[in-house]
Design a protein around this ligand. Sequence first.
Ligand code: DAT
Ligand code: MG
Length: 145
Amino acid sequence: MADALLIFKPDSAYRLAARAGIWGWLASERDWNVESLEWFQPPASLIESHYDFLQGRPFFPWLVDFMSALPVVVGRITASEESLKQMRYELGETQIAKSRPGSLRERYGIHGGLNCLHLSDALETGAAEVKRWSDFVQLDQVRFA
Ligand code: DAT
Ligand code: MG
């Protein structure tokens, strides 16, 4: 089992039906464990480094504003490589218009990149993201539900 980072983005942190639906999925802990969850408002600099591979894209300034304007729910899960892959499949594709019917993003996302949930896409990125975010927020306790 290895670490991965999960974030309820503002469009699911504050829309209660979306938050409850995603929490129901996450709390099943089918093939993963929820190790921490906490409300936290990330500074813009943290979001800029979290999404550094998207610097220069036209939506980047919007993305940084969207993710840093309000407290969000951030947490750490542990999962195997296989179960993280399965979780990403259940999450669905990045853009809502392309997200697979029945996926979390298709059900709970809104439009474009307003896609309800961040989840690390692989064990290596998961380790790097957890390390980066741990400098800002404790990722060791569920303080959410
Ligand atoms: P994912 O969140 O599926 O891992 P990503 O890591 O490539 O996708 O991008 C991070 C976020 O950036 C994504 O959740 C929403 C935003 N984004 C990426 N590509 C986008 C696009 N083409 N249009 C709008 N938002 C986008
Ligand atoms: Mg990603």
